[in-house]
Design a binder for this molecule. Structure first.
Ligand code: S3P
Length: 425
């Protein structure tokens, strides 16, 4: 196909969760523009309402108005986080500092995901947790007065880091955290600074010092770089033309995939680069390219953790063998992404293997064909839909609608690229 499109992607998922949560905690009315309205964002909004915040309905193109009370109220019923790990983990941090009992649960995928990485350090701060599941939801949290924490995270995880920083915010205590190899996304740190908090970062330790209360804000969410990645991938696989995406969040802790794509031979240009609400934003342009294989090193993984599905389908079209090292975290995402990526790539005719914590993908040129099992994982669905845009591709994705977890309208956006291509071709 030939691409010739000028689009916007929906609001950033990570930033939307954080903006909703901080606004829900602030005393007063906040206004959030450009927010994501996907299933995951709705989960956070729903749980915040159960905790006493007023959150206006999430509708694309409409600002969200959030009325917070400064503290959460004891919820009357179980807090259901749907498919959203970010909702569950960040909210656990806040609930740890509230003197009431709440029960959290999620869909079968979320109930399978590890929570002890969050509850262990929060228990050290003084919160209590009970669960029949040794390392997951559903679980009951009884919050209370917290003590300060200095903690080295066992994994680079923005959800874990954010849960602990937010426990510091809600509990009014100092929190110092350090991540192992590679920095995870720093949206919480940036947003807390934007909300007027004191966050120090010496490149190793991140320190939160409690200073006052959260005030309500007006905030605008940039486009989601992780959603943009799928359209950029489709444009790279096309046969001609150009794609421009406006207002994409370009936080360097999220754009590791662009650095890898550059190594693979892609030219992605950024214009109108500026900072808005504490986050770098710009317009991204990309044209089709002949891709070649690369090695993705362990330290790069946190900066592109959500883009490995897309990068691995692109690797299946690149010249040579691409290796992703230390990607074991993919086993505990919305699905066992590591296993599913390898098996689905093989199912559509590519050569791929996951062994230990390494994913290896060999490039090829045959038209991909076969059935893709998503296990409800939105990023698997979108990555293989991108592969399905290749000439002659015959890919059947079992649950394409699950893209709506993070990207409502994804299939329409993808068609918008293709439709122009068909007219021009
Ligand atoms: C997220 C952090 C990452 C990422 C997820 C969103 C966040 O998870 O995979 O999609 O918003 O903090 P981990 O913190 O578990 O790596």
């Amino acid at each position: 196909m030939i691409v010739d499109a000028d689009l916007r992607v929906p609001g950033d998922k990570s930033i939307t969760h954080r903006a909703l949560i901080l606004a829900g905690m602030a005393r007063g009315t906040s206004r959030i523009a450009g927010a994501l309205t996907s299933f995951d964002a709705r989960s956070t909004a729903r749980v915040l309402r159960q905790l006493g915040a007023d959150v206006s309905p999430l509708a694309a193109g409409r600002d969200i108005i959030v009325g917070g009370r400064g503290r959460f109220r004891r919820p009357a019923t179980t807090l259901h986080c749907g498919n959203s790990g970010t909702s569950a983990r960040l909210l656990l941090g806040l609930l740890a500092a509230h003197r009431f009992t709440a029960t959290l649960t999620g869909d079968p995928s979320l109930r399978r995901r590890p929570m002890r990485r969050v509850t262990d350090p929060l228990a050290r701060m003084g919160a209590r947790f009970t669960s029949k599941n040794p390392d997951g939801l559903p679980l009951m949290v009884r919050g209370g007065k917290l003590t300060p924490l200095q903690y080295e995270l066992p994994v680079s995880s923005a959800q874990l880091k954010s849960a602990l920083l937010l426990a510091g915010v809600a509990g009014g205590v100092e929190v110092e955290v350090r991540e192992p190899a590679g920095r995870s996304r720093d949206h919480t740190e940036r947003m807390l600074r934007f909300f007027g908090y004191d966050i120090e970062d010496d490149g190793e330790w991140i320190r939160f010092a409690p200073t006052g209360r959260i005030a309500p804000v007006a905030f605008e969410v940039p486009g989601d770089a992780s959603s943009a990645a799928f359209l950029i991938g489709a444009a790279l696989l096309a046969e001609g033309g150009q794609l421009r995406l406006r207002g994409v969040g370009l936080n360097p802790t999220r754009t590791g995939f662009l650095r890898v794509l550059a190594r693979m031979g892609a030219t992605v240009t950024v214009e109108e680069f500026h900072e808005a609400f504490g986050e770098p934003v710009g317009d991204v342009s990309v044209a089709p390219a002949h891709l070649h294989a690369t090695e993705v090193a362990p330290g790069e993984i946190p900066g592109l953790i959500d883009e490995i599905p897309l990068l691995s389908v692109l690797a299946s079209r690149a010249t040579g063998t691409t290796v992703f090292r230390e990607v074991g975290e993919l086993r505990v995402k919305e699905s066992d992404r590591l296993g599913l990526l390898a098996s689905n790539l093989r199912a559509v005719g590519a050569r791929a293997e996951s062994r230990g914590n390494t994913l290896t993908v060999e490039g090829g040129a045959a038209a991909p064909a076969g059935r893709v099992i998503t296990a409800g994982d939105h990023r698997i669905a979108m990555a293989f839909a991108v592969l399905g845009t290749l000439p002659g591709a015959r890919i059947r994705v079992d649950n394409p609608e699950c893209a709506g977890v993070s990207y409502p309208g994804f299939h329409e956006s993808l068609r918008a690229l293709r439709a122009v291509g068909r007219r021009r071709a």
